[in-house]
Design a protein. Structure first.
Length: 141
């Protein structure tokens, strides 16, 4: 399966004090899937990890383990995020009332015609309004 992976799902895999059934089901799908992320994804992940370390939610070693997990997965970083930022992404952010970085995930899903995996309710609602499918997981996964 191919889909766009929102940072909210991936970071749930990384933070030791988070355990989300939907995110866990997406992780279970990853060996047989290819996920696509906008160019800002790595910065979002890095920022969330460093903030979690500063707030003592995780140690540097746990961050390194999280990074190793993410690097072991088939996650393709989009090379055209910047080129779309001041046009299609900005338009989507305005139209849907999203932050530009959230709109980048929606823009990518629209452009690649792929469903979106997200824990962000506002982003999921915007995706639905724009005709982007959401990744549905088997409740028994």
């Amino acid at each position: 399966m191919e889909f766009v992976l929102d940072c909210s799902v991936a970071i749930s895999w990384c933070l030791v004090d988070e355990n989300d059934d939907y995110a866990n089901a997406i992780l279970a799908m990853m060996p047989d899937s290819e996920a696509f992320v906008p160019g800002i994804w790595s910065l979002e992940i890095a920022n969330t990890l460093v903030v979690a370390e500063r707030r003592n939610r995780m140690t540097k070693k746990q961050s390194e383990q999280a990074i190793a997990l993410l690097q072991s997965l088939l996650i393709q970083v989009d090379l055209f995020t910047d080129a779309k930022a001041l046009d299609a992404t900005l338009k989507l952010a305005r139209q849907e009332g999203l932050a530009a970085y959230d709109a980048a995930y929606l823009e990518l899903a629209l452009r690649l015609q792929l469903p979106l995996a997200t824990l962000d309710t506002r982003l999921a609602e915007a995706a639905t309004r724009c005709g982007v499918g959401l990744v549905v997981v088997d409740k028994e996964t």
